[in-house]
Design a protein around this ligand. Structure first.
Ligand SMILES: *[C@@H]1O[C@H](CO)[C@@H](O)[C@H](O)[C@H]1NC(C)=O
Ligand SMILES: *[C@@H]1O[C@H](CO)[C@@H](O)[C@H](O)[C@H]1NC(C)=O
Ligand SMILES: *[C@@H]1O[C@H](CO)[C@@H](O)[C@H](O)[C@H]1NC(C)=O
Length: 402
């Protein structure tokens, strides 16, 4: 589409003296540009590609003003001279540099900076402002293989239209899911043989999921007959839980007392463990603790936890013991929701995606890696805390991590 103005101009012949003036100013412009090219060999002044003599000259003359301001000023005048062959007085427009902008975006006017995004699909036509008829406030992700299709279908149906559904496919099979109506509005991410925490680190950056009040990061083998997501969120809000999970049934085979469902209450935040398991009743595994199979994070808690997830420690073992670093006081803001509970079916899933080595079953190699990662994570966290205290000139406490 051509603008009427351009059409109008091109259809009428330019008067000859106007044409001459255009050519003349173009020649002058090129000459000035050439001269500037000589005196300022590198045009990008703000990046300090200046001959050092110029920098020191400016600094000497104007000590007291920051170099950045001066360079911005120099750049602006250089620009206006290049664009304008008249000796203008309008070289006072300062270059934009906003330190409160996100790192790296300081040169943009704040009004154009969009530092967060969302996962809302849009249409290709119409008014952008009318694209979104619903903006879900909650996100639920499942890490799935096609073998759990029926189970995931049942689980997803427990989440209303107020949830964005996101599936991480570890087996590369995505088209089979299209038989479900909800699959069309879901977000599918397919990367072969990766873990829940690998996907979470890469695709759930806090600035990407900033629109969601709560983020469910769930395994695929959870039974949801007794679970209602909207009711769950009501309870989480009511009890101020920043990090939570539904209670687990049945209790046989459960590792921890904390995550076991209690029939007589809405939520619980503390428990009793076997004698000697808890050095402090406010610390894991007696409090400030949930497991990582069906975790639900508030927006703020996730922003912290995301930063704690290590790129190479993909199984997330040990993360459950460290979640408490992200909320304060942890024994009040981490808890288990008993009134909305789930069944842990314990289907070996990702384990089968391992590799058979030295005659060991694939799942054994995966399990070994999990344990190894746990040790690495503990050591890394302990070292990081120790370093922090030493850098602050404080004697490190014995150990704050489990
Ligand atoms: C160029 O100079 C003219 C005349 O001084 C002025 O009106 C105009 O705003 C200047 N343009 C720029 C881009 O500085
Ligand atoms: C979705 O959220 C809205 C606003 O919070 C609420 O009124 C509605 O009941 C929710 N939908 C369901 C199915 O719970
Ligand atoms: C913990 O620190 C105390 C002194 O602050 C020390 O006496 C004790 O031996 C330390 N314990 C361990 C396990 O390092």
């Amino acid at each position: 589409m051509a603008k009427p103005g351009i059409l109008g101009r091109s259809s009428s012949m330019p008067r000859s003296n106007e044409g001459m003036r255009l050519i003349f100013s173009a020649v002058i412009g090129i000459m000035l540009g050439y001269l500037f090219g000589i005196s300022f060999p590198t045009v990008n002044i703000t990046k300090l590609h200046f001959p050092s003599s110029i920098v020191s000259y400016i600094e000497d003359r104007n000590s007291g003003i920051t170099t950045q301001t001066l360079l911005n000023h120099a750049w602006t005048s250089a620009n206006s001279h290049k664009k304008n062959n008249s000796d203008s007085k309008s070289d006072e427009i300062p270059k934009i540099y906003v330190t409160s902008n996100p790192k790296g975006a300081e040169r943009l006017p704040p009004g154009i900076v969009v530092s967060e995004t969302d996962l809302y699909p849009r249409r290709l036509w119409g008014e952008p402002s009318e694209d979104l008829t619903i903006q879900p406030r909650y996100l639920v992700t499942f890490t799935v293989g096609i073998a759990q299709k029926a189970n995931i279908d049942a689980a997803v149906k427990k989440f209303s239209e107020n949830f964005t559904i996101m599936l991480f496919h570890y087996d590369g099979r995505t088209t089979e899911w299209d038989e479900f109506e909800w699959s069309k509005r879901a977000i599918h991410v397919s990367v072969s043989k990766q873990t829940k925490w690998w996907y979470a680190k890469r695709f759930l950056h806090p600035d990407v999921v900033a629109r969601y009040d709560y983020i469910f990061i769930w395994d695929e083998d959870l039974g949801v007959q007794h679970f209602n997501a909207e009711e769950y969120i009501k309870l989480v809000r009511k009890h101020g839980l920043e990090i939570s999970q539904p209670g687990l049934e049945p209790d046989r085979g459960l590792t921890w007392q904390m995550t076991k469902r209690r029939g007589d209450r809405e939520v619980h935040k503390v428990t009793e463990e076997r004698p000697g398991w808890c050095s402090d009743p406010h610390l894991p595994p007696c409090a400030a603790f949930v497991e990582i199979m069906a975790t639900v994070f508030s927006r703020d808690a996730w922003r912290c936890v995301w930063h704690m997830i290590q790129n190479d420690l993909i199984h997330g073992w040990g993360l459950d013991f460290a979640l408490r670093k992200c909320v304060e006081p942890a024994h009040e803001k981490i808890g288990v929701v008993d009134a909305q509970w789930i069944v842990h079916q314990g289907v070996p899933s990702l384990g089968n995606q391992g590799k058979s080595e030295n005659g060991r079953a694939p799942w054994e190699g995966v399990r070994g890696r999990c344990r190894k990662e746990w040790g690495i994570f503990q050591a890394r966290l302990a070292d990081a805390e120790k370093k922090y205290y030493l850098d602050q000139g404080i004697t490190p406490p014995n150990s704050t991590s489990v």
